[in-house]
Ligand binder design. Structure first.
Ligand code: COA
Length: 532
C-alpha cells in the first residue's frame, strides 16, 4: 500500500477561488444540460404526452434495471449549432437485466425525432462505443427519418448507421430495436438491420414510403396501419418478431430479450471488496486553479478517485512533469498518466512510452489525466531530440491495445493532447471537466504567431506594418480561440463524450471500466519503430 497523503490547503485563497469558479462553470453546464432535458420544448412535450406516449428518457428509465445508474453520453451534442442541444437523441450506457447495453433513444419531441448531421455523428459515436466495448445495442425508435432540409449532409454519410448495425451483429454483438412510432424510409432499416424487433399495436409505423409517397410512386391508395403497422409486420411481412400491446409491454419484451441473450462479459471481474478513496472527493472542485498557467499536483486528483487513495508511483524521481503509476478504481486495475507541470519534456515522453508498454504487458487499462501545454519547444530541446521522444510517446499511445480513458482536467494543448490520448487516438471514453480547455495552442500565443507571420509578410512585400489593425486582429482571434477551446463548444462538436462534474469522476470512470470489461482486455507487444 502506498497511500497518497493530501497536502491540499482547502483554506487557501486559491482553493476557495477555484471552487467558486468551478461552481459557476458547473451551473453554466447544467443550464445547457437542462436544454437537452427539455427535448423539443414544452409545446411538443405536452403534445407527445397528450398522445399517451412516454418521453425518450422515461422509456430509458423503465428499460434499465430499477435504481441503476445511466451513464449518459454526449448530452451536449450539437451545442452551438443550428440544431437543438442533444441532437434529437438520448444516448448512454445502462444496465438491462444485469447486462450493460448501449441505449439510443430518438427524441420524437425534437423536430419529429428526425436525424440531423449531429444526430448522425452522435449515433456513429455510439456504434463505435458498442463495437469497441462489445456492448449490446438497444434502439428506441421513433423518428421522422432524415432531417429533410439538411439531407445533403445526412443522406450519404447516414448509410453508415445501417452498415454499423449489421456489422455489430456480424461481430456477435446483439442489436435490438423497440419501435415506438414512426420509422420511415431510411429509418425502416433500423429494425431491418436489427437482430430482434419489437413493434407496438397501432403505434409503430415502419415503411419505406408513407401513403402520400406510395400514391405518387405507384398510384396505390394505402393507410399508415395497413402499410407499416405492427399487426401487418407481425402477421404478414415478418419484420416484427414481437407484438407489444403498448409501450410498457414493448419495454417488458425488450428486457426479456436481453435476459435471454445468455450474455457473458469477456473482461476481468473487479475485486470484490472496494475501498473508497481516503481523501474527500468534494475537494475536486477546487484543485484546478482558475488560471491554467498555475500548475497543480495531479496526485491530489488521483488521491480522490482511486480505491483507498492507494497509488504505486512509477519512476517518481524521473520526468517529474508527468506522474505515472498503478492503482485500482472500483476494483479494476489501472495505470495512470497525469500531467503535473504542463510541459512534456524528453524524459516524460520516454517514461510514458515505457509505462504504456508495461501496461500492455499486464493487460492493464490506462487513464490519462490531461493538463498539458504540449511538448517543450526551443533550440536546446530540438537538439535533445524532443520530436523523436514525443513521437515515441505518440507511437506507444497509438499502438497500445489496452483500453484508454481520457479526462481533460485543465489544459490539453498541442501535440500534448495527442500524446495524452486525445480524441483522434480513440480512447474508449473521453470526458472533460468544466475547467478544461483544448486547442492547438493558447489564444494569445496563436494570435501572436499570426501577428509575427503577418509582420514578416508585410516587410517582405515592402509594406508598412499596421500596428493598430494588428492589435484589433489579435484581440479578435484571441477571443475566438478562447471560445473554441471551451468544453461546451468541444462537447457540442462531439470531441468528448460529455462534460462531467469533477466529483463524479470516480463513478464515471468506474462505469466506463465496467463497460470496457464487456470485451476482452489484451495488450500488445507490437509498436511502431521507436526512434532511438
Ligand atoms: N425533417 C425535418 N423536419 C421534420 C421531419 C423531417 N424528416 N419530420 C418532422 N419534422 C418537423 C415538422 O416539420 C414539424 O416542425 P414544426 O413543428 O416546426 O412545424 C416537427 O418536426 C414535428 O412534426 P409533426 O409532423 O408535427 O409531428 P408528428 O409527431 O405529428 O409526426 C412524423 C411526426 C415523423 C410522423 C411526421 O412529421 C412525418 O411524417 N415526417 C416525415 C417523415 C418522412 O417521410 N421522412 C422521410 C425521411 S427519409
Amino acid at each position: 500500500m502506498s497511500v497518497l497523503k493530501s497536502t491540499l490547503d482547502t483554506a487557501s485563497e486559491q482553493f476557495t477561488g477555484a471552487t467558486e469558479a468551478m461552481n459557476t462553470k458547473l451551473a453554466e453546464i447544467d443550464a445547457e444540460h437542462s436544454k437537452a432535458l427539455l427535448g423539443g420544448g414544452e409545446k411538443y412535450v405536452a403534445r407527445h404526452k397528450k398522445r399517451g406516449k412516454l418521453l425518450a428518457r422515461e422509456r430509458i428509465e423503465l428499460l434499465i434495471d430499477e435504481d441503476s445508474a445511466f451513464l449518459e453520453l454526449c448530452p451536449l451534442a450539437a451545442w452551438g449549432s443550428d440544431f437543438p442541444v442533444g441532437a434529437s437523441t438520448v444516448m448512454g450506457i445502462g444496465v438491462v437485466c444485469g447486462v450493460e447495453c448501449l441505449i439510443v433513444a430518438n427524441d420524437p419531441t425534437v423536430r419529429g425525432g428526425a436525424s440531423n448531421p449531429w444526430t448522425l455523428k452522435k449515433g456513429f459515436r455510439g456504434n463505435d462505443i458498442a463495437t469497441q466495448n462489445r456492448l449490446p445495442v438497444i434502439s428506441l425508435v421513433e423518428s421522422g427519418g432524415a432531417d429533410l432540409p439538411t439531407q445533403k449532409e445526412v443522406f450519404i454519410p447516414g448509410g453508415r448507421m445501417f452498415r454499423d448495425l449489421t456489422q455489430l451483429s456480424a461481430a456477435g454483438i446483439p442489436t435490438i430495436a423497440l419501435v415506438f412510432g414512426n420509422s420511415t424510409a431510411g429509418g425502416a432499416y433500423i429494425p431491418g438491420m436489427s437482430d430482434h424487433v419489437v413493434m407496438i399495436k397501432e403505434q409503430s409505423k415502419v415503411f419505406l414510403a408513407g401513403p402520400p409517397l406510395v400514391k405518387m410512386a405507384t398510384g396505390e391508395d394505402s393507410d399508415d396501419e395497413s402499410l407499416g403497422g405492427a399487426e401487418m409486420h407481425a402477421r404478414k411481412s415478418g419484420l416484427a418478431d414481437y407484438f407489444a400491446v403498448d409501450e410498457q409491454d414493448a419495454i417488458r419484451i425488450g428486457r426479456s430479450i436481453v435476459s435471454r441473450l445468455n450474455w457473458k462479459k469477456k473482461g476481468p471481474e473487479p475485486r470484490a471488496e472496494i475501498i473508497e478513496p481516503l481523501a474527500d472527493p468534494e475537494d475536486l472542485l477546487g484543485i484546478v486553479p482558475t488560471d491554467l498557467k498555475i500548475p497543480f499536483d495531479p496526485r491530489e486528483v488521483i488521491a480522490r478517485i482511486v480505491d483507498g487513495s492507494d497509488f504505486d508511483e512509477f519512476k517518481p524521481m524521473y520526468g517529474g512533469s508527468l506522474v505515472t503509476g498503478w492503482a485500482e478504481l472500483h476494483g479494476y486495475p489501472i495505470g495512470i498518466l497525469a500531467n503535473a507541470r504542463g510541459v512534456l519534456f524528453s524524459e516524460e515522453s520516454q517514461k510514458a512510452t515505457q509505462f504504456i508498454q508495461l501496461a500492455n504487458r499486464s493487460n492493464t487499462p490506462l487513464l490519462f489525466l490531461h493538463n498539458t501545454t504540449g511538448y517543450m519547444v526551443g533550440k536546446e530541446y530540438e537538439e535533445g531530440g524532443m520530436i523523436k521522444h514525443g513521437s515515441m510517446m505518440i507511437n506507444a499511445v497509438s499502438n497500445s491495445t489496452v483500453p484508454h480513458i481520457s479526462i481533460l482536467l485543465g489544459a490539453s494543448y498541442g501535440a500534448g493532447h495527442y500524446g495524452m490520448c486525445g480524441r483522434a487516438f480513440d480512447p474508449r471514453f473521453l470526458f472533460a471537466w468544466p475547467s478544461s480547455k483544448s486547442a492547438v495552442m493558447g489564444g494569445a500565443q496563436l494570435a501572436g504567431v499570426i501577428s509575427i507571420v503577418g509582420r514578416a509578410a508585410a516587410e517582405a512585400r515592402g509594406q508598412a506594418f499596421d500596428a493598430e489593425a494588428d492589435a484589433g486582429m489579435r484581440a479578435m482571434i484571441e477571443a475566438q480561440i478562447e471560445a473554441e477551446s471551451l468544453p461546451m463548444f468541444l462537447s457540442g462538436r462531439l470531441y468528448d463524450d460529455g462534460v462531467i462534474d469533477p466529483r463524479d469522476t470516480r463513478t464515471v470512470v468506474g462505469m466506463c471500466l465496467s463497460a470496457i470489461a464487456s470485451a476482452p482486455i489484451e495488450g500488445t507487444a507490437n509498436f511502431g519503430v521507436f526512434r532511438m
